[in-house]
Design a protein around this ligand. Sequence first.
Ligand code: NDP
Ligand code: PYC
Length: 356
Amino acid sequence: MQQAQTMLVATIASPREEVPDDSLILSEAEITKLTLSILRHHGLAQEQATALTELIVAAERGECPSHGVYRLAGLVRTMKSGKVKLDARPSVSVDDTAIVRVDADSGFSPLAFNLGRPRLAEKARKHGIAAMAINRCVHFTALWPEVEALCADGLVSMAMTPSHSWVAPAGGVKPLFGTNPFAFGWPRPSGNPYVFDFATSMVARGEIELHRQRNEPLPDGWAIDRNGKPTNDAAAAMSGALLTFGGHKGSALSTMIELIAGPLIGDLTSAQSQHFDDGAGAAPFHGELVIALCPNVFLKDAKDRYFESAEGLLNNIVAQGARLPSQRRFEARVRTGLNGISVSRPQYEILKSLTL
Ligand code: NDP
Ligand code: PYC
């Protein structure tokens, strides 16, 4: 079995082209097969692995390295740690409220989201606003694929989740919050939706880890060391704390996410997730809150008129020479579709080693 997997990787992921900066160019199909083969090799059930692979590949397609293939080493560590159920079968439950509950069964979050999404859309179309609480999930992905999917369903949405306690509150020096991402999606009458998705820390922890791997200094203002002193050293930041974006404002948003995507949905805070981890170094384990709003219910016959006015707002942003969030990612999708996906040689070697 092991040998067969290794041969598979060698066949499907052999680089087609070498580029000067010691990177390899792989096709999306090659990245997909490689990712799937690593996850399956470490025992993840097919349905879970397929859902997870789609998001890792989507991150690579959009040139979002902090949630792409680099995550596979941590995911393998998570799977080996016993902190995730490899054959988890999420279950969706609804009642006559506007809340959809998905018990992820201690599995990774993407399959749980995929199974709950149609019920969330149904509830939002019925009530105008609906929420989905995903519980007991191991979470490591970016959130934009979820709000983009809900845009494709014609819904406005927000998604948020805690992580592990890696971030100090504004005015404090000890890690307490997660990197707690917040994503928003707004479907547009044509073309790509308006989507933003960012950590409420200065940057995702994945980005710190990538700086550490590349031996690059962190910009000022991202992190403090274990003594609470500002640091530009990624390793010192990882044993110290990240800072919230926007000082007290990011700190309050992060607190909100801890509260409404934690205790409100009957799940763990980032500090509790860290405690559950108990030094295993696994991906965080907690819940996620997704809120969907249906423009057809809010606006009825006036929807087109008000969505045109929204277009005016978005166009006026661009008219000033500013760019919309996700524009870089949408452009990257086109680029990687044409040219393939760049993977650094050291990263490629790590991926190959994960198949052994
Ligand atoms: P960034 O600080 O790069 O912010 C990302 C968002 O801001 C994107 O929507 C991006 O669009 C947009 N953006 C960046 N620069 C500009 C600009 N100049 N003008 C307009 N918009 C801009 O990313 P983070 O490090 O904060 O987060 C990265 C990812 O990490 C997110 O996808 C998040 O979901 C994920 N994450 C997941 C966690 C989890 O627990 N699951 C925890 C923390 C983060 P574009 O992509 O086009 O550049
Ligand atoms: O990059 O901060 C992060 C992160 C945490 C969980 C998944 N991604």
